[in-house]
Design a protein. Sequence first.
Length: 439
Amino acid sequence: MSQISRTVSFLKRNGVVPTVYAAMERMGWFGADPDQIRANRYGETAERTKEPTRTVTPKELRKLTKEYRFSIVVPAYETNETYYREMINSVCRQSYPNWQLVIADASKSDKLEKVMTEYTDERICYARLKDNKGISENTNEALKHADGDYIGLLDHDDLLHPDALAEIAMLLENTKYEMVYTDEDKVSGDGTVHFEPNFKPDFNFDFLLSNNYICHFTVLSKSLMESLTFRPAFNGAQDYDLFLQAVYELECRRRDDFLILEEEEGQKREVKETYIPYEGDYLKRKIGHVPKVLYHWRAHMASTSDNPESKRYAYEAGIRALENFAAKNEWNVSVEHTRHLGFYRIQYKPDIFQVRPDVTAVCGKKVRFGKVVAGPVVDGRELFAGMNEKYSGYMHKAVLTFEAEDADEACIRRRDEETLSSRTGGGRMVYLPEFTVRN
């Protein structure tokens, strides 16, 4: 029933023709994106069980030399008791033992407080809030009790894979990232049917400016988290706003590293080297990605995962979060919805080259006889090959802006004054959906 309601909602917003193409693409017909076909088949291979199989062995855990503690923060409000127990149990089943679960309960009733009497694990910290001040303020209250090296964000009715923390700990063993995220999927109300996987790329700055693709499961270092806050003005898109804040904060730290203090005639003066914001691979060294589905987003009619129209305000908050990020960077832009809720388009004024000094080239896709024959390369893979040009692609990437590694030379437009290789640290190539070459 939810698929029908979502289709009707899409039809009302976008009209008949886009809806027909969207339905054909979702069914995998007539030149669907190979990645979309893979996602459609995901449910056939996903485990249909409430207790997924662990793959991280005790031997692998014993090899870890860094004892990171993870505080998992959960704001709760009148949660379905079954979902609530399953959320807690998914944390208690973690193969990595060094965790803390912090629950801030703003419910009017005492039903969740009664559920907590069933749990005696000392790693669980339950706080009953006097007032419900909204998800951002409630989360900020929970953060006051978090004592871990990393802070993780978990919704009150969702589920963690048993190896979620273990996989992140193993990634952090080699590189001390400031922020780490994993892949995710959606799960039915009874917790057994998995579908619509989100196979995410490694950190992709411009894709984040099109959509909160990072979403779940994400942990941030405590030092980074202490520089951020959940802001009530962005309720509904509070995680998106937080991640944009994190990216901006990390970039500010990089900028500060460029400041050189020199002695001159007994006084210190500040000298700034040539600095290009968001240049090169700096953020990829600070933001890590575990390419495994380790978070299960519960799909029921009260959630945005199953019923986007149920929280239309969340998508308006997403626009405000992007506008705020652009304003802090002094970008002249406008932000608008695409035909897919939760996916945005930033229009740079007068153009992206004038606003974004980090962008040294843009690319598009090449189309022949209605099919994409060449497109951008991301994570070493060419996207959209063989896809119908009317389709939006997996995660709607074909109609969004994102950072690309390479593309067919015919699909690249460079800055007039320089090439990709002319800047220290490397420039950025950005895929623009409206840039299409017909051959």
